[in-house]
Ligand binder design. Sequence first.
Ligand SMILES: Cc1cc2nc3c(=O)[nH]c(=O)nc-3n(C[C@H](O)[C@H](O)[C@H](O)COP(=O)(O)O)c2cc1C
Length: 188
Amino acid sequence: MPNTLVIHAHPRPGQSVVTQTLLEALTPLKHTAVRSLYALYPDFDIDVAAEQEALSRADLIVWLAPVHWYSVPALMKHWFDQVLTHGWAYGHGANALHGKTAWWVASAGGAEATYAPGGAHMRPFADYVAPIEHTARFCGMHWLPPFVVHGGHSCTTKQVDDARTALVQRLHHHLANMPARPAPEAQP
Ligand SMILES: Cc1cc2nc3c(=O)[nH]c(=O)nc-3n(C[C@H](O)[C@H](O)[C@H](O)COP(=O)(O)O)c2cc1C
């Protein structure tokens, strides 16, 4: 059974509805570890060795966070900067993350229709995915289509429940179809 690592970042978890619901759906699942960055590192002083150790044990890495300014919250971006280091995550001979799978699970305040030409956000949400996607790909990871819950400010209870159910179904689908990791000697 593949191991899942959820990297969760919400600066105000007590005020979160969507991200918190998705977190609570993932936390009890078997072979799943959760690291809530704002709880672990309120001062942004990330334990890089501990994060890399957690990553090394994972097959599927879930980045779970609300969308903040078309990206991830500041501490998750800081986590990318600190943890995905040269010589470990990327660079000549660095292959710690090669063959693992990355999945961005996001809550966006904007409704789906606002992510379109003429809408408040002007572009499809997919246009804002590229920096996160290529962070994963640059580290040799497989990339899954993001799971995005739109309209996070105004979701009904039913919409949040449906999102939770859909997320768990998607997760099981992904786990059942995980690509095999290449043998270390076969990695570039
Ligand atoms: C600093 C900040 C930046 C935000 N930027 C965006 C954004 O770029 N696009 C968007 O759709 N929503 C944006 N939002 C709204 C959040 O994504 C939304 O409040 C969140 O997804 C709701 O989920 P929650 O219930 O887990 O907090 C932003 C919110 C904050 C506080």
